[in-house]
Design a binder for this molecule. Structure first.
Ligand code: FES
Length: 576
């Protein structure tokens, strides 16, 4: 027997269930109340299945039954599965934004695992913030954990046209505003936009984060690309259930997987996928939980070396279903070849490169080769300058090339409501060369940094055929969005970052090649505006929102709560 393998009395759950005292009598008698007996717990690892299923989350509609597949696998391998529900964070429904609650889910995951007799965890999620939220909590708790991605939904379809989540909604909304499609067309499209359960099937935040989880080594190989409706998906879940039991005996914890090499691999894969800008915030937050220091500059450096090879919307042409048929993430990772840190460990006990050894590309237009990339380098650019001293991000691959080097006059909106009121006005003084600026949409200002960063093109310009303009904000944008949008400006305007002092008519210069974001206003004038600036009132006086605004970090720090970042040890509960 491997001397490193745990024995039953080493299990964390043994403290609840394996000893003979007054409290453990209570624990066991209550398990018996639910119909279990000593055959169910005894010498078996207890596996917590953290499930983000809910009636209002269409992306997770199948996770109720997938939890049963995980349980089947756990039982097959000799474990004791217990399902623990967590906040669902349905992206299309939660207001003001799910990002307000990512850290809530992280806290909930950590506390569910800590407070119950759990030895290992299977995490069920995928809709945008659920992947980082679940993983952040699991990292902090430090128990062996596998992430089971919800998987993308099937391709959309409307009158024979393939529709992609988000990306085609924005596109056809502009066509409707321009009068090139009818109200009937638009209404009809609702039927075909989302045809099955599962996450958005463009390379939005969900697909990006599920792919990143796999690249970090936290899913079984290939798991992140399996469409939610594919029969391989429940098989993957059962397999994760079997594997987590072994991980508990082997004590394969996140700390042994999430090394700096794992995060480097994640960033390389992010760039090769042409992934969502949101992932930058989440990867920094996950890395800090794991005690790995990551800066925005590392994303920029890696981005300059890794081309976009996944030809998936919004940067490319295809959808995640095509990506799966083309070989999925293992094939994309194999395409990166020697650039990956091969030795990085993964949840199946094998290294990254062992896992991708037999991967193949079956459709070379969907997963391109490095010398036939859809964007040669710099899928995500980190810009700096006097307008964003701590950085801002942009996805040049999804912007019109003319806007990658641009100088224009600002049109400033002081908040979302101001922008919404102005943008449809036919007398708005704006041309395609203006730069749209949105203030007070950051972590504290939004609050929660809503996905408002793809500001609508003013209606009069849409009607004239304009489809892209330079836009700058401290907000985020959906990974399914596109356009010349400069996002995550840090520090944000709500706390007195320079974005707060931009006025309509100021000149702003952007040069992606030089990574420059410059406000052409003198230091003296900026100092004058700063001295006259009145800080806005906090958004919340009570509850979770108040805790959020008092502890949330800026975008370049990953927007975690200051008291949850790596550092303080996670205490085990007293059992009495
Ligand atoms: Fe859930 Fe897009 S709405 S992944």
């Amino acid at each position: 027997m491997d001397r490193h393998r745990k024995k039953p009395e080493d299990l964390r759950s043994h403290r609840w269930l394996g000893v003979q005292d007054l409290r453990s009598f209570g624990h066991r008698s209550r398990l018996r109340q639910m119909g279990y007996d000593a055959e169910d717990w005894g010498k078996r690892p207890v596996i917590g299945i953290i499930n983000t299923w809910s009636d209002i989350n269409a992306c997770h509609a199948h996770l109720r039954s997938r939890a049963e597949d995980v349980k089947r696998g756990v039982l097959q391998a000799g474990g004791f599965p217990l399902e623990l529900p967590a906040i669902s964070l349905a992206e299309p429904f939660v207001k003001p934004t799910t990002m307000l609650y990512r850290n809530f889910l992280a806290m909930e995951t950590e506390e569910l695992l800590r407070s119950h007799p759990i030895d290992g965890a299977v995490l069920l999620g995928g809709c945008d913030k659920t992947t980082p939220g679940l993983i952040m909590g699991a990292i902090s708790m430090g128990l062996p954990a596998i992430f089971c991605p919800a998987g993308p939904m099937l391709r959309g379809n409307w009158r024979g046209k393939v529709l992609g989540s988000g990306s085609d909604v924005w596109k056809y909304w502009d066509e409707k505003r321009a009068g090139t499609i009818t109200e009937e067309d638009w209404a009809d499209m609702e039927n075909g936009m989302a045809r099955s359960f599962g996450t958005c099937m463009t390379m939005g935040t969900a697909a990006t984060m599920m792919g990143i989880a796999e690249a970090m080594g936290l899913t079984l190989p290939g798991a992140s690309s399996i469409p939610a409706a594919d029969a391989g998906h429940p098989r993957m879940c059962a397999s994760a259930g079997r594997r987590i039991v072994e991980m508990v005996w082997d004590d394969l914890t996140p700390a042994k997987i999430l090394t700096p090499a794992a995060f480097d691999n994640a960033i390389m894969v992010h760039m090769a996928m042409g992934g969502s800008t949101n992932a930058i915030i989440h990867v920094i937050a996950m890395a800090r939980r794991a005690g790995v220091a990551l800066s925005l500059e590392q994303f920029d450096q890696i981005s300059r070396k890794v081309p976009v090879v996944a030809n998936i919307r919004p940067s490319g042409a295809y959808l995640m279903e095509d990506f799966f048929y083309a070989g999925g993430l293992p094939a994309l990772m194999k395409m990166l070849g020697g650039r990956l840190h091969c030795h990085a460990m993964t949840v199946n006990g094998r290294t990254v490169c062992e896992n991708i050894e037999s991967a193949d590309v079956f459709h070379p237009d969907v997963i391109r080769s490095l010398d036939n990339a859809i964007y040669a380098e710099g899928a995500t650019a980190v810009l700096k300058g006097n307008l964003a001293p701590r950085g801002a991000v942009m996805k040049p691959s999804a912007a019109e090339p003319r806007l990658r080097q641009h100088r224009g006059k600002a049109v400033v909106f002081r908040d979302y409501n101001h922008m919404a009121a102005e943008i449809e006005r036919d007398d708005l003084d704006v041309t395609p060369d203006h730069v749209l600026v949105l203030q007070n949409a950051g972590p504290k200002g939004g609050p929660g940094m809503p996905e408002w960063g793809m500001l609508p093109i003013p209606r009069k310009l849409v009607k004239a055929g304009v489809r892209d303009m330079l836009r700058i904000s401290d907000a985020r944008m959906s990974g399914t969005s596109y356009g010349a949008c400069i996002l995550h400006v840090a520090p944000e305007s709500f706390v007195g970052g320079p974005l707060a002092f931009v006025e309509t008519g100021d000149e702003i210069e952007v040069d992606v090649a030089r990574r420059l974001l410059h406000l052409h206003v003198s230091d003296e004038e900026l100092a004058r505006r700063r001295a006259n600036w009145v800080a806005p009132q906090p958004r919340y006086e009570r509850g979770y929102g108040r805790m959020f605004q008092e502890h949330i970090g800026q975008a370049d720090d990953g927007c975690d709560f200051d008291f949850l970042e790596h550092g303080a040890p996670v205490p085990e509960p007293e059992i009495h």
